[in-house]
Ligand binder design. Structure first.
Ligand code: SF4
Ligand code: SF4
Length: 369
């Protein structure tokens, strides 16, 4: 694809974008304010977007503030990203049905509807690339994930108002979307500077017959991006921390963080790259059928390290250590990069405000620089 032109989508034409996507058979999902948080839900009307909403985040804290301005994407993120739309929190993998003389097994692949996901953040796109590497690019392709993934159209929106918990600039994953989208938007006061990232995206923009973005609009988008980068105060080294972390397995900080950590698993649930799960049987009471179910799990649960009568990671310090050394260390061996995209969700949604960047700095010490 040749370098796509920068176009301008006036704010009042956002509805036309939704209508064009709907006309192509997509069900639009987009950010909305529900119960004091930004969540992604069915988006039929541009008026459902969180207009004038800001989020204030800190370790263990998430607050929404509403104002009168017209911007609809001037917030960082909520607990939910793209992950639940592709890797379902709970789903039936197959069913066994008992008959008088045999048992029959049924495949239960999802009926994935084409979805246009509106408002994906750069960190979520980086996480999606990692989930693709895990579910699609290894020896075995996950057909459940694949079915949903092939039906996904992504409209990314560059992050203009990072939260205090964000550090995607330091991991190299944001705050502007650089790959993995069909259309990317940079929101300005009067509308959006739009660029296509795929032939599909280009087709949608052509249907909208937009004017080119002016030089002033493109400059505003660039300035906004630079401000979003410099607004981020937390950081994580982008280099491979594998050797540094594995040299610190007996560091006293593991014990200290375990005194605060509740082993609740919130951090892994909200993390857009975590993919651990367990499987269980859900039999009907009359014994005629059993559903084999996959559901999200966490390396912070006791059961996750249960092997042949032994819980391998019986103490919280071992579980926190497992999480951090895997996410920032051994992911490099598995997927060629760290498993952290700097979204900051694990800081915000940790009930006791444990800050991964602080823990890494404490454990890696000077080697962190
Ligand atoms: S480890 Fe934390 S900051 Fe990094 S991607 Fe996961 S939730 Fe986001
Ligand atoms: S680090 Fe925080 S969110 Fe994660 S398990 Fe511990 S208390 Fe829960």
């Amino acid at each position: 694809m040749t370098e796509p032109p920068f176009l301008f989508l006036p704010r009042e034409c956002f509805q036309a974008l939704l209508a064009t996507l709907a006309g192509q058979g997509f069900h639009c999902k987009g950010p909305q304010l529900h119960d004091g948080s930004i969540v992604y839900a069915e988006l039929a009307e541009a008026s459902q977007l969180p207009r004038g909403v800001r989020d204030r985040q800190a370790p263990g804290e998430y607050r929404i503030e509403t104002g009168a301005d017209a911007r609809c994407f001037a917030w960082a993120n909520g607990a939910q990203g793209l992950k639940p739309y592709l890797f379902a929190p709970q789903e039936v993998l197959w069913q066994a049905e008992r008959h008088a003389d045999h048992t029959q097994f049924h495949e239960t692949l999802p009926q994935a509807r084409p979805i246009a996901f509106i408002g994906a953040r750069a960190c979520d796109l980086a996480a999606l690339a990692l989930q693709d590497a895990h579910f699609l690019q290894q020896d075995y392709v996950d057909p459940y994930y694949a079915r949903r993934r092939e039906n996904l159209f992504i409209v990314a929106v560059d992050c203009s108002h990072p939260a205090a918990t964000c550090f995607c600039a330091s991991t190299g994953d944001g705050p502007a979307a650089s790959a993995g989208y069909d259309i990317a938007l940079a929101e300005l006061e009067e509308g959006y500077v739009a660029r296509a990232g795929s032939a599909r995206g280009q087709g949608v923009l052509e249907q909208l017959a937009l004017d080119p973005a002016s030089a002033a609009q493109q400059d505003s988008a660039t300035r906004q991006h630079q401000q979003a980068v410099s607004a981020q105060t937390r950081r994580l080294p982008s280099r491979n921390l594998h050797d540094v972390l594995f040299a610190q397995l007996e560091h006293p900080r593991w014990e200290e963080v375990a005194e605060r950590c509740l082993s609740c698993g919130n951090c892994t649930s909200v993390c857009p790259t975590c993919f651990c799960h367990h499987e269980l049987e859900q039999p009907q009471l009359d014994g005629t059928r059993s559903d084999h179910v996959r559901e999200w799990d966490s390396c912070f649960t006791q059961g996750h390290s249960y092997i042949h009568g032994i819980v391998v990671r019986s103490e919280t310090k071992f579980r926190y250590r497992q999480w951090l050394t895997h996410k920032l260390g051994s992911w490099h061996e598995q997927y060629g990069r760290s498993g952290c995209v700097g979204c900051g969700r694990c800081l915000t949604w940790c009930p006791v405000g444990i800050d991964l960047t602080e823990e890494v700095a404490a454990i890696c010490g000077d080697a962190n620089e």
